[in-house]
Design a protein around this ligand. Structure first.
Ligand code: ZN
Length: 326
């Protein structure tokens, strides 16, 4: 009996030992695997973050490069002092704030009918200048979420990181417009030849990148800018010869002004859209314009909530808003 009891005790012990061994082996494997998995996940996240950071830095460098050049030109212009006071984000569309009201007096489109118009419908065209940038994908995500199509007036950025972004704009049904290759006022507006060269460079770059011949143009600073010493109508002739239409705007987000916040951007757009039946809204797609991205969902919701109002991309049937007569 005693030896029988001892035998069963031995069996119980050896079972416990086997269980303990399994437990220890399991714990050892888990203690190796879990940190390895965490390391792999962290490494992937770290890589993504550093790529995003590098892209943001590249964007900022791009803008700083242009900012310096443009402020030199502006300093010599009539509006130089006023512009200097607008701060570092004022390089874009620099004369807009000063001239907006007078532009509106020349071009009052509040009652204009769009050729594609259905009577009574308000057409809102969201347009984004200066891209692509590290913000473009976020903007495209928001537009996709609301199933809204917009227009991107892009510059020439041959960096491989942007190739897919240009393509995404086109693939997702948005309109691809041009905003000069270089965005350098000093060379762009120095002569008709310089403008033509820049225009052709961007047009060919875009067709090579996306397969699309863009037919729409927005002048850096708008057609009513005070920077160009060459009459802007000379540049419009260049576009005309290429069957390209230029578009200014009648509603601005004001996101190029120093201190623009999500709230001011929202208010600038939502309070002005009801003034017009035909709204071309100027916004910016840039690395340092995160407030624009933050404000965008609420802007779209507010516009879509307005009676008889649609948001559409610019097409051949769109009546252009133009600050200068041609
Ligand atoms: Zn611009």
């Amino acid at each position: 009996m005693t030896s029988g009891k001892e035998g069963s005790k031995k069996k119980t012990y050896s079972k416990r030992i086997a269980r303990l061994r399994k437990l220890i082996v399991g714990a050892v494997i888990a203690s190796c695997l879990i940190p390895t998995c965490i390391c792999v996940i962290l490494a992937i996240k770290c890589d993504r973050l550093s790529t995003a950071y590098a892209q943001s830095q590249a964007d900022l460098e791009w803008y700083r490069g242009r900012f310096g050049t443009e402020m030199e030109i502006l300093a010599g212009s009539d509006s130089g002092d006023a512009l200097a006071s607008l701060g570092s984000s004022a390089f874009e569309e620099p004369v807009y704030e000063e001239d907006f009201e007078s532009d509106m007096a020349i071009v009052d489109l509040s009652g204009a009918q769009n050729p594609e118009d259905i009577e009574g419908v308000r057409y809102v065209y969201l347009t984004f200048d200066d891209g692509p940038s590290s913000s473009t994908n976020d903007i495209l995500d928001i537009l996709a979420e609301y199933d809204v199509k917009a227009t991107f007036f892009v510059c020439g950025k041959p960096d491989a990181r942007y190739t897919d972004v240009y393509k995404r704009i086109v693939d997702e049904g948005h309109t691809l417009g041009m905003h000069s290759y270089s965005h350098k006022y000093s060379t762009l507006y120095s002569s008709v030849d310089a403008f033509s060269e820049d225009f052709e460079q961007l047009r060919l770059f875009l067709v090579n990148t996306t397969g699309v011949w863009s037919k729409y143009y927005r002048f850096p600073g708008g057609s009513s800018n005070d920077v160009s010493k060459v009459p802007m109508t000379d540049f419009v002739s260049v576009l005309d010869d290429a069957d390209v239409t230029f578009f200014d705007w009648n509603v601005s987000a004001g996101d190029d002004r120093a201190g623009a916040t999500k709230e001011t951007i929202y208010n600038n757009i939502v309070s002005n859209v009801p003034r017009f039946k035909h709204c071309v809204v100027l916004l910016h797609d840039a690395a340092d314009k995160k407030s624009t991205v933050e404000a965008l969902p609420e802007i779209i919701e507010a516009i879509l909530a307005m009676d008889d109002t649609v948001i559409v991309p610019i097409t051949d049937d769109t009546l252009p808003v133009q600050h200068i007569k041609y």
